[in-house]
Design a protein around this ligand. Sequence first.
Ligand code: SF4
Length: 212
Amino acid sequence: MFVGVKQLFVRFSKCNLNCIYCDTQKNSKICKDFVNNRTLRNPVSLGYIIDVMRSVKVHSVSWTGGEPLLYADFIRNVEKVHPFYLESNMTLPEKAKILRDVVDYVAGDFKVREAIPNENYEEVFENTVRCFRILKNTKRRFTFCKVVLPSSFDFEGVVECVEAVERYISSVVLQPVFGVENVKILMKLQDKLLDVCDVRIIPQVHKYLGLR
Ligand code: SF4
């Protein structure tokens, strides 16, 4: 929903899921600071991150991953130099509570069953709905749902995901994994979900830009 705005990404390396399309590096020993073109050893101090934040002019700081909710206590302690934008897999409701009063934007995933074949999907589904309830869209927070679609997915399964959280979100982004060919199905899905809320089809822009 915010394609094109300038953001500072703080990218954590670990995650509690293992999606089939994941492109997150697993090496957590090294931290690359692309603002200052430096390589540091983890863990990077709170003070260092705040200094980098202060040095840039951005729309928001995107806490992303990996899974940033694993680091909810850390994020909560960071001085809010810019608005906070949480990009999460939305499966850790107890951690979400820690950031309930802190984040200004939430780009929350709703994982489709095909993306996480090794997980207990019913449990993931229930936790996701809980997370969206905790971090719901309000006058002070903009929350939207992102559904990343692998090349094959269950149409009705996606509808079920969106309907389960529709009252907690402003809008939906359908994001086909780079290279998905069946555009007609995507547009049919968009049509169906437009009965529920604003729905946009947005590709994985960082891949077009050649960024990680
Ligand atoms: S939730 Fe995100 S970081 Fe975690 S495994 Fe899935 S794609 Fe990777």
